[in-house]
Structure formats: structure tokens, C-alpha cells
Design a protein around this ligand. Structure first.
Ligand code: NAP
Ligand code: PAF
Length: 315
């Protein structure tokens, strides 16, 4: 059996969880860390999960990419606000025939990765997971865990299902991570943005959890209207979402455990928001196609104000 080596760039809520699951399943995983490096190098990772808690007392931990071996699959799980580091981080750790798997929310990040490693070496991924890093090397997995993968091609042309996606899927299944393969990464990204744009954005502007947003008829309506605008942008790019998709997303959120979005957690911790990847880039995509999205534009403007002010306030 061919075994692929994995690098996790950003061992936080998402990277810590998926990387630990892959290692637990017997795969070779190398973890890049920042502040938690010394702790994880000596104590390993701890995962508290609704699927079962586990610890990995020993992991291959690094704080310098030049110490890491080049890997077959390099998984990016930094916040997008740290992607400016990638031109330095990526080149030493991707094998010549290796691939970069981008597990981040948002739109139009893959083209930036393609600029660094080449267009044929990028797979986009969406994670449907609720997890948080609650201490050094300590991840709390609250809900869901599925990953959707899609090949990136220039201008997000549909890339079909490649052999390497199927190989990665085998590894993820072995690690008991539910995985779906998408023939069209852009369609998958728009579908996820139907959820992320309203809830991530409104959770900050309204200072609210998902259940609070859903309980008030006005903010529930506002959520549906924002979702409608995302669907309209996707249509502008010839990606047509199912007619009942908004209803499905509202219904899905009604059934979710009350949830504080990652954007809200970042805001409360005075960390920069993933505003450009999640809302700014989709807004630019709307402008480029001449799709009118007044509510998304206003949400972006409000968040830009809050984010800028939040960065200048002392904690
Ligand atoms: N969490 C979720 O439930 C969830 C769900 C779906 C999608 N997503 C998306 O997944 C992506 C990752 O989010 P996340 O929640 O996993 O973020 P996170 O918990 O903040 O993890 C990011 C990690 O990157 C590390 N990092 C930062 N700079 C680094 C550097 N120079 N070298 C090495 N590591 C560095 C951080 O370490 P330090 O803290 O030590 O700097 C942090 O542990 C985001 O795009 C997010 O929107 C998250
Ligand atoms: C949408 C979500 C809450 C769960 O699917 C999560 O993926 C997220 O925060 O992006």
C-alpha cells in the first residue's frame, strides 16, 4: 500500500483535529506549530471529541518548516489572516509531486496558493466542523466533522474527481473523517458561503449566537436575505444552487447546537477577522459580475469598521 505523508500548517481547531485523527489512524503526520510548539513537542495533542476523546502523547512537532520533511499532502489550516506567511512556509515542505490541500473558509484563496506552488498542485477543501482550541495542544470538537474536497483549476473551472482526491479520501476514511468529493470546487465554496457569510458576519455585528439570530423574526429574515444574495452571486458564475437550499440551511441551523461562530470568537479575542476571505472576496466577485448585493456590502462595511476598531483597542 502506498502511504502518503501529511503536513499540517497551523495546528489549531481544524488542523489539530484532522491531523490528530490521521495520525491516530496510522498515517505519517508532521505538525507545524507556533505558540504551542514547546508544549506539543513534549506533551503531544489532546482531542476532546463527541466521537470519543483521545490523546497522542507523541507527535512530530516543528516550529520551523526547514526542519520538516517535504510531504505528499500539505494541509493549510491557518486562519486566512495568516496566509501572507505562505510564500515562506510552503516551498520547503511540498514534495515535487506533492499537493497542497487548503482547508479554510472563504473564496479566492486557492489562486493565491497556486501562485506559490503552481496551479496543478492545489486542492480546495471545506470543513463542516465545529471545533475550538481551548488550551495548548488541546482541541475541543463540538459537532460535525465532514470534509468536502475539490480540485482547483484556473478561474475555478470544474476539475472533476481526480485520482489524488480519491487517494486522500481513502486516508481520511481510514481516519474516520467523513469525506465527499466535489466535481466543482466553486459550487462547493458558494454553498458553504451561503452559511458562513450571514452567520459569521451577523454573529459579530449583532453580538449573537446562531440560535439568537434564528429566534428573532427580523434577524432570521435578514439571514435569509443575505443567503439569497449569496445564491445570486453564485448564479452570476453559473453555479445554480438547489431551489430549497436557503430553507435547508435555515432548517439545519435551527437544529444546530447554539453556536458562536469562529468570526465571533476571533472578534471577542481581538484577533483579526477572516473578513476578506469570507465576505470581502465574495463581495468583489459580485461586483465583478455586476450582481447587486446591498446587504452583503453593508455587512462588509460594518465589519470592516468593527474589525479595524477592535485591532486598536487594548485587550
Ligand atoms: N474551527 C472551526 O470549527 C472551523 C470550521 C470550519 C472552517 N474553519 C476554517 O478553518 C480555518 C482554520 O481555522 P481554525 O478554527 O482551525 O483556526 P485556529 O484554531 O486559530 O488555528 C490556526 C492555527 O494556526 C496557527 N498559526 C498561526 N501562525 C502560525 C505560524 N506562523 N506558524 C505555525 N502555526 C501558526 C495558530 O497558532 P497560534 O495560536 O499559536 O498562533 C493556530 O493554532 C479557517 O479558515 C476557519 O474559517 C474553522
Ligand atoms: C458551518 C459550520 C458551522 C458547520 O458546518 C462550520 O463549518 C463553520 O463554522 O464554518
Amino acid at each position: 500500500m502506498v502511504t502518503r505523508s501529511y503536513a499540517i500548517i497551523g495546528t489549531g481547531a481544524v488542523g489539530g483535529f484532522y491531523g490528530a485523527k490521521l495520525q491516530k489512524a496510522g498515517l505519517e503526520v508532521h505538525f507545524l506549530l507556533n505558540r504551542d510548539y514547546e508544549f506539543v513537542r513534549t506533551q503531544g495533542l489532546r482531542i476532546d471529541s463527541l466521537e470519543g476523546n483521545f490523546t497522542l502523547p507523541q507527535v512530530q512537532a516543528y516550529n520551523d518548516v526547514h526542519q520538516m520533511p517535504p510531504c505528499d499532502v500539505v494541509i493549510i489550516t491557518l486562519k486566512t489572516t495568516h496566509n501572507y506567511l505562505l510564500p515562506q512556509l510552503l516551498p520547503p515542505i511540498v514534495k515535487p509531486d506533492g499537493v497542497v490541500l487548503l482547508l479554510q473558509n472563504g473564496l479566492n484563496v486557492e489562486p493565491q496558493i497556486a501562485e506559490i506552488v503552481g496551479e496543478k498542485r492545489v486542492i480546495g477543501g471545506l470543513c463542516f466542523i465545529c471545533s475550538n482550541k481551548v488550551g495548548p495542544g488541546h482541541i475541543q470538537h463540538i459537532d460535525y466533522s465532514a470534509v468536502h474536497l475539490g480540485e482547483y483549476q484556473d478561474q475555478y473551472q470544474p476539475g472533476g474527481i481526480s485520482e489524488r482526491m480519491q487517494e486522500i479520501a481513502v486516508d481520511f476514511q481510514r481516519a474516520q473523517i467523513p469525506i465527499e468529493l466535489s466535481e466543482d470546487l466553486m459550487l462547493s465554496r458558494w454553498k458553504k458561503l451561503v452559511w458562513n457569510i450571514p452567520y459569521n458576519g451577523l454573529s459579530v455585528v449583532l453580538d449573537a449566537r446562531t440560535d439568537e439570530i434564528m429566534a428573532n423574526p427580523e434577524t432570521r429574515l435578514l439571514t435569509a436575505e443575505l443567503m439569497g444574495e449569496v445564491v445570486a452571486i453564485a448564479s452570476g458564475y453559473n453555479r445554480h444552487l438547489p431551489k430549497n437550499y436557503i430553507e435547508l440551511m435555515l432548517d439545519h441551523t435551527d437544529k444546530m447546537k447554539p453556536y458562536l461562530t469562529s468570526m465571533k470568537l476571533d472578534y471577542d479575542a481581538h484577533r483579526p477577522l477572516e473578513l476578506e476571505a469570507i465576505i470581502g472576496n465574495p463581495l468583489q466577485a459580485a461586483i465583478a459580475q455586476g450582481v447587486n448585493v446591498p446587504k452583503i456590502k453593508m455587512l462588509y462595511q460594518q465589519l470592516k469598521f468593527l474589525d479595524t476598531r477592535n485591532q486598536t483597542i487594548l485587550r
